[in-house]
Design a protein around this ligand. Sequence first.
Ligand code: KG4
Ligand code: ZN
Length: 337
Amino acid sequence: MQEQVNILAIETSCDETAAAVVQNGREVLAEQLYSQADIHREYGGVVPEIASRSHVEKLPHIVPAAIDGAGGKEQIDAVAVTYGPGLVGALLTGVSYAKALAYAWGKPLVPVNHIAGHICANYISHKELKPPFICLVISGGHTQIVKTLDYTSYETLGQTRDDAAGEAIDKVARVLGLPYPGGPNLQQLALAGDSARYEMPRVFKGESHLDFSFSGLKTAVINMLHRMDQAGEAYKKEDVAASFLKAVADTLANNTFEAARRQGMDVLAVAGGVSANTQVRQAFEARAAKEGIKLYFPEMKYCTDNAAMIASAGYYAYMDGRRGDMTLNAKPVLELL
Ligand code: KG4
Ligand code: ZN
């Protein structure tokens, strides 16, 4: 068996154009990332068509820079790429680029599920972490509690029935007048607020399933703001942000720790953009300390979309013999299996 396996990965599922080379799924040799946040800010959210065009422009700069950073194409054993879930046009730009590279170099092509990538971000940040463990994936598009069975197979234990946590956070941020991207801005506002100021609905508490619902919580906050605005009632946005994020964090923690308890597992990881959130980290850390659970978060830069996490997932998929061919297509909707 080969001792060192270097995977080049390309990630273009949303508004980050990213490429990275990672060794044996854990060591980042080179990474490049271009965030389109400044472009989408004036529209208040990601505009899919603009995202695709920007990826097409940036890929020929970002990918070669990552390859050079790793010592050239001779160092690369396979090309991994995110093929779903995500924005179809955005995904297609990365898939096409990866297919072209793999074909031109005569190297294997490895399709990667974006959600699996988020989970694998923890392998880069924590060299000792091994499956099985429970992982909560919280991103702009997904909220799911996953059991990692091994490095390439997963079982979903619970998921959102409506909005993803990040989606609800971004909506509330928008209603509070904060610029895109909402999550980090809402967090900053909340840090100066009182999280006990407003009572928030805690949905699905104590039920037998482990699913989430964030739409009701989001609507409750938006209705509360409208009511106070109409009544001319003074309020501090900081307190609304803090109370809302506390409710989100508590809900996420309740179901995830319950999943760990039911599975009899004492290792828990969190991943995805919302895992960068201070309130979420605090809620999970408090519970983990109390319940004697070993808790992992990726480093900040590997919480949000990046290519190092795709290269890590790509490595494990490669070792498992998974390959794509020239018919590989983007899959905007893709289950994690
Ligand atoms: O994983 P990600 O980068 O992209 C998707 O796969 O969706 O997650 C993006 C989401 C957005 O909703 C963003 O507002 C949220 O993660 N996010 C945060 C923070 N950083 C990113 N939410 C709360 N606090 C943060 N610090
Ligand atoms: Zn993501």
